[in-house]
Design a protein around this ligand. Sequence first.
Ligand SMILES: [Zn+2]
Ligand SMILES: [Zn+2]
Length: 281
Amino acid sequence: MFADLHLHTNFSDGTYTPEELVGHARRCQFSAIALTDHDTVEGCARAAAACVAAGIEFIPGSELTTEHGGNELHLLAYFVDTAHPRLLRETATFQAIRQNRIREMVARLNDLGIPLDANAVFRLANCQSPGRPHVARALVQATICSSLDEAFERFLKKGRPGWVPKTRMSAVDAIALIHEAGGLAVMAHPGLNRTDDVIPDLVAAGLDGIECFHTKHTTRIAERYLMMADKHHLLVTGGSDCHGMSKGRPLIGTVKLPYTHVQELKLRVSQKKSSTTNGPH
Ligand SMILES: [Zn+2]
Ligand SMILES: [Zn+2]
């Protein structure tokens, strides 16, 4: 039994609908999946319904864009209450920030003489949580760039003329928010960030787990973070970070997390719940 705990849909910058994603999960014979769209939990209801129909266990989640000490960090939230009022308020704020960032990126491109319309990006994104990949797709659609890679290289990568810095939530606050919403906080793809020195701070803030298995982690990197998980008593997760067809080929199926890790996550969630209900009041 295997799981994929890092998946995106068109509720952020993935290309699959929740139903299409679950269809792929079924073909890959996953026993459990988590949906982790950027800064939103909106796709979870549809993914959950599709998972029921497909006989797959569903874990509601999100991938929050955060920062610590000036470094961008992605935090995966698992088993959060998707109707939690503060979680919804905070994600709405971050979605508004994302939308403003798109307007600013388009304004910078316009200053360069590139005739792109922010509304065209929003129409194409068709979600509350648009991001740079949507700007890249709009540039390709408008035949200004011939590929997504070219769009990032010429305009959208950090330091390029269309790049706009992102306002992010502090990782420590995000961990507290995830806990308040009843979830577990997991550091996403640490091998991509190269910011291992922040891990002790995050552990002190209550980090629950670390994503050891990821499409872009080599075996050596995965082993490095398995050791780190052991050292800090962190749960181990993994996922493909599949964005559908946006990067040319779907990644779902490339990372197969043994289901025992899901059981450990569930155990931790239930322990937390019973400790808050039986806690000193
Ligand atoms: Zn990420
Ligand atoms: Zn992701």
